[in-house]
Design a protein around this ligand. Structure first.
Ligand code: SF4
Ligand code: SF4
Length: 419
């Protein structure tokens, strides 16, 4: 660990915009109640404003007269190794970077991105939880945090094509669309791959997979490691350029969508002329254009509700498409949990949290909020468009012994296709 590297990073990141955000905070504490980790535990250290405390202290002590004076008089302490170790647990284990806190801040402070800056400092100082660091290393060395090496990818895709009898075009030059799955889908929800293939094939999309650009999950992004975030994104952009596609479709993975759709443009050169979209947006387009049709009322298994993912619905704005789909499939039994849409409560497993074993207690505590929400609407099926959320739900259904079914939206669409 090198605390000075974290401090350098905090100071480097504190340009005019970040400084103005830090200065704007009135310490009103309103963001606390918006955070599912704070709500679930009442732990004051999980308040979003506390999660940017080190960034604020580094900024004040380096750039403000008051901060320098407090330091000189011993009122404030310099940031030490112990602080980094202590805050690392909070920042990585009790924050999913869901950014709901920003929505309630009266000063408009973008807390999620600021907390991400804190992770960047911790990444540079190497104060990263072991489990997360191991997953990042696996993605660097093997191409995937879940062990989807070249040969595993080939085997899985061959098996999916056989098992579900779908065509999976691979490395097709001149295809219009590159579809990039996350290794969560490849290893845990392979039916998603078959479902999405079925939808694309039915819509007549000229699409392809890529062996080179085969992993859309970005554990560099979770860690806050900018160089690795870029490297993992570059693998996909290079594949897209080589294949000559016009569009990249991110499948059911929220953070991957954030990294690729927005963050990439701020940290690296993104090849021009390639649209980046999410599978939910594409399904919505197909429906509107009449390229696919769904059997009305085909879902008849009791009340169903939709979980809005932080990065796909709140950040990505794909709020209407899932509702349009569910109002076709389950017009009488689709019920909204509350709060919903952009105000939805995070599942508690995003931002890399689910990959950190030591975060399990707080992750399960946060999920109890979802249990309350879903029980209130009496749903026995919950559907979502993010595989990371789905992994959290699937794990928590087992952990809490719930009698719910957890479904992926693309799967439901594929099952209801009028062919
Ligand atoms: S809501 Fe905004 S202004 Fe209030 S404490 Fe949180 S970050 Fe600061
Ligand atoms: S980004 Fe989400 S998890 Fe992190 S502090 Fe804000 S509300 Fe909590």
């Amino acid at each position: 660990m090198d605390t000075q590297l974290a401090l350098n990073s905090f100071v480097k990141e504190t340009g005019g915009y970040v400084a103005s955000q830090l200065e704007a905070c009135t310490r009103c504490g309103m963001c606390a109640e918006a955070c599912h980790f704070y709500q679930a535990t009442g732990n004051a250290e999980y308040a979003p404003v506390w999660k940017i405390e080190l960034l604020k202290r580094a900024y004040e002590q380096r750039f403000t007269l008051v901060g320098k004076a407090k330091l000189a008089l011993g009122i404030d302490k310099p940031i030490r190794d112990d602080d980094l170790i202590h805050f690392s647990k909070i920042i990585y284990e009790a924050c999913t970077l869901c950014n709901k806190c920003s929505m309630v801040c009266p000063m408009g402070i973008q807390l999620g991105p600021l907390i991400h800056e804190v992770r960047t400092g911790f990444s540079e100082a190497r104060v990263v939880p072991d489990d997360l660091a191991a997953a990042v290393k696996k993605q660097l060395d093997e191409g995937s945090p879940l062990g989807v090496t070249d040969s595993v990818y080939d085997e899985r895709m061959e098996w999916v094509a056989d098992e579900w009898e779908v065509e999976l075009p691979m490395d097709v030059k001149g295809a219009d669309t590159l579809v990039v799955f996350s290794s969560i889908e490849v290893m845990k929800f392979p039916e998603n791959i078959a479902a999405i293939a079925k939808i694309l094939n039915t819509a007549g999309e000229k699409w392809t997979l890529s062996k080179k650009g085969r992993e859309v999950v970005n554990f560099g992004f979770f860690e806050g490691n900018t160089e690795l975030t870029k490297l993992f994104l570059k693998r996909i952009f290079d594949a897209a350029k080589e294949l000559g596609v016009k569009k990249i479709v991110v499948t059911e993975c929220g953070h991957a969508y954030d990294a690729m759709r927005w963050t990439s443009y701020n940290i690296m050169e993104v090849p021009a002329g390639i649209e980046i979209t999410h599978i939910v947006g594409l399904i919505g387009e197909y429906l509107h254009a009449g390229k696919i049709k769904l059997k009305e009322g085909s879902f008849n298994d009791g009340t169903i509700t939709f979980h809005d993912a932080c990065k796909i619905q709140r950040r990505g704005g794909h709020i209407q498409e899932p509702r349009e789909i569910l109002n076709i499939l389950a017009p009488k039994s689709f019920k909204e949990m509350s709060p919903n849409r952009e105000e939805s409560i995070c599942c508690g497993g995003g931002g890399g949290v689910i990959a950190i074993k030591e975060a399990d207690p707080v992750r399960y505590a946060a999920f109890e909020l979802k249990i309350d929400q879903i029980n209130k609407v009496g749903a026995k099926t919950v559907v979502m468009s993010c595989s990371n959320c789905r992994l959290q739900y699937t794990d928590c259904v087992q952990h809490f012994n719930l009698d719910w079914k957890v479904a992926g939206l693309s799967q439901m669409v594929a099952d209801a296709l009028v062919e």
